[in-house]
Design a protein around this ligand. Structure first.
Ligand SMILES: Nc1nc2c(ncn2[C@@H]2O[C@H](COP(=O)(O)OP(=O)(O)OP(=O)(O)O)[C@@H](O)[C@H]2O)c(=O)[nH]1
Ligand SMILES: [Mg+2]
Length: 186
């Protein structure tokens, strides 16, 4: 495989890709799609797509995020066009990640670009809205593709000590993502 394009979605997608970029992985390019303008400015990704809703995010409303994103389909196609393979990454639960990720996967499928989705389920302590957003998004993605990897943020609790920062803790999930990317990159 020549080159993977990673597309990080939502606030989590920005944070995850920022940490992955520091690992200097070979044969990987980065894009992000998010509604949080301030966080987007802190993104080190090669390409950034801002979904403008004047609120910096969709405050957990996946339906609103999906509706707002439909009019950006041309820009999303632009991000992916010419790619040998795209890997769409998001921690689910919030509005942006849960609402937009299925739409981006569907768009990749429509473009006949080989694509994989890596999604992360919310922690057990998160509210029902977050859990339902994640469930709905996963169910939708499953109707679009079989190339779906599901990781669990809850795993972090089993593997960290109390002295770790949240960002250090998330690296446990990043490690799993890198393992998947290495497999895909052959
Ligand atoms: N593994 C991992 N999970 C994260 C990270 N940052 C946030 N999350 C989780 O991601 C989930 C969704 O949160 P956000 O990414 O902030 O939500 P969003 O997609 O931006 O959605 P809205 O802000 O509601 O529009 C939450 O369950 C967080 O715990 C990260 O860096 N790594
Ligand atoms: Mg957000």
């Amino acid at each position: 495989m020549e080159e993977i394009k990673i597309i990080g979605i939502g606030s989590s997608g920005i944070s995850i890709t920022n940490r992955l970029i520091k690992r200097n992985l070979k044969k990987v390019l980065y894009s992000v799609i998010a509604a949080d303008k301030n966080l987007l400015e802190l993104s080190s990704a090669n390409e950034k797509l801002f979904i403008d809703n004047n609120m910096g995010g969709f405050a957990g409303n996946a339906k609103n995020a999906e509706n707002a994103t439909i009019k950006y389909q041309a820009e999303i196609k632009n991000l992916m066009s010419g790619s040998k393979c795209v890997v769409i990454i998001s921690a689910l639960g919030g509005g942006t990640g849960s609402g937009i990720t299925p739409f981006v996967v569907k768009t990749a499928q429509e473009m006949n670009i080989p694509n994989f989705a890596i999604v992360i389920n919310p922690f057990n302590f998160e509210n029902e809205k977050h859990k339902n957003n994640a469930k709905d998004a996963i169910n939708k993605i499953k109707t679009i593709t079989d190339n779906l990897f599901i990781l669990e943020n809850q795993k972090i609790y089993e593997q960290t000590d109390n002295n770790s920062t949240l960002s250090e803790s998330f690296e446990i999930i990043d490690d799993d993502i890198v393992e998947i990317l290495n497999k895909l990159n052959g």
